[in-house]
Design a protein around this ligand. Structure first.
Ligand SMILES: Cc1cc2nc3c(=O)[nH]c(=O)nc-3n(C[C@H](O)[C@H](O)[C@H](O)COP(=O)(O)O)c2cc1C
Length: 363
């Protein structure tokens, strides 16, 4: 897919707040509702869905975005990660275009990549970097707003809620883990049918990427499951290198009893510089940010295959959400074939809001 086919639903040239208040844009602005036909043919997390395809936590900033995604035929959608209190967004800009030649291997991601405010016009596959830091207007805003999104879901559609803990002054590790559970409980009380734990954000300076710490993963998953009862809990993880296979096994073993699904992957962190070689995104700890789009598909697919093999080896029964570089109908099929029970697209769907309709038309 070329970088310029459609106006994106989120405008990288505008601030996060402007996107939040004025968006979504392009084909997500007042869309006509797509009509699913017949009965839902699939089940995901125990719920009937028309197509196990949707959008992950991130591009859907609030109910206006979630509702537009539902209207555009995305049946498994996740509200952007929220917190138990207000939290500011990283400094603008938050999204840059990045040219990557082929796959973004871990080797390539270890060296600086050049971030630009303009997309390439040569039709090369789209990769971006994003860095928000999980901003939140707090439960005062999102609890009621989430209710609007949940109410908008039609038959055969599922709205999930992504949450993250917030380190507050004086917090112990236990307090931090409990904050995930308390935030999840707020979302469940608002009526959401599935919780996703964001254990993999690379863009928050002092919270770290949790999914590589088995004890933290176990405690967060366990406490959240206790807090939300029958509501399914999904753990969102980042990429584990081949050298980290033992760690992946340990992490999956620890979360296994508590999660109904594992979502993989979040973005791949990489240093991003401008044309002069200077840090591209302003502010402390922002040299590195999360890369997403076409060039990380290899990593998402690899994780789906490994999680599928581990599920069998460990006799667990979690479902798998495949995420990363899904830009086309063929990418969706590749993920399903690799063992993904559901598939979600962030970057691809942002620049091609018709993707769910194209997938449904292709069956
Ligand atoms: C604009 C944007 C915002 C994102 N925000 C979040 C977030 O709040 N929580 C989260 O778990 N992942 C977030 N992500 C990561 C996506 O959910 C996804 O894991 C990643 O982008 C890889 O998928 P893709 O290649 O389809 O973009 C965000 C991604 C984008 C593009």
């Amino acid at each position: 897919m070329s970088t310029t086919t459609q106006q994106p639903i989120y405008d990288p040239a505008k601030t996060y707040d402007d996107n939040f208040d004025q968006g979504p844009f392009g084909a997500f602005h007042n869309p006509e509702a797509y009509q699913n036909k017949g009965e839902p043919q699939y089940r995901f997390l125990g719920y009937p869905v028309y197509e196990p395809f949707g959008m992950p936590a991130g591009p859907l900033l609030n109910s206006k975005y979630v509702n537009a995604a539902l209207d555009k035929g995305f049946d498994v959608v996740c509200y952007k990660t929220q917190r138990s209190s207000t939290f500011g967004c990283n400094e603008f800009p938050n999204v840059l275009y990045v040219d990557v030649d082929g796959d973004l291997t871990l080797e390539k991601a270890s060296k600086p990549l050049v971030g630009k405010t303009q997309a390439s016009t040569d039709g090369s596959p789209l990769t971006i970097t994003n860095s928000f830091g999980n901003p939140s207007r707090g439960p005062e805003f999102w609890v009621d707003d989430l209710k609007k999104a949940v109410a908008h879901a039609g038959k055969g559609q599922l709205v999930m809620m992504s949450v993250v803990g917030t380190i507050k002054p004086g917090f112990s590790h236990d307090d931090y883990y409990d904050d995930f559970a308390a935030t999840a409980k707020l979302a469940v009380d608002a009526g959401v049918k599935a919780i996703e734990l964001n254990l993999s954000c690379p863009n928050v300076a002092n919270e770290g990427i949790l999914c590589y710490t088995p004890n933290a993963v176990r405690e967060i998953c366990r406490r959240t499951k206790e807090a939300v009862g029958d509501i399914p809990v999904v753990a969102k993880v980042g990429y584990f290198s081949k050298d980290q296979e033992d760690l992946l096994t340990k992490v999956v073993t620890e979360m296994g009893p508590y999660v109904a699904a594992i979502s993989a992957i979040n973005t791949i962190p990489a240093p991003v510089v401008d044309a002069n070689g200077e840090q591209a995104l302003p502010g402390q700890n922002r040299l590195s940010s999360g890369m997403c789009g076409a060039s990380i598909k290899w990593a998402g697919l690899d994780m789906v295959k490994r999680l599928s093999a581990l599920r069998k080896k460990l006799s667990l029964n979690y479902e798998i959400i495949g995420v990363g570089g899904v830009m086309s109908v063929a990418d969706y099929r590749d993920y399903r074939q690799a063992g993904a029970d559901a598939v979600q697209s962030a970057t691809g769907a942002m620049w091609n809001p018709e993707l769910a309709i194209e997938i449904k038309a292709s069956v």
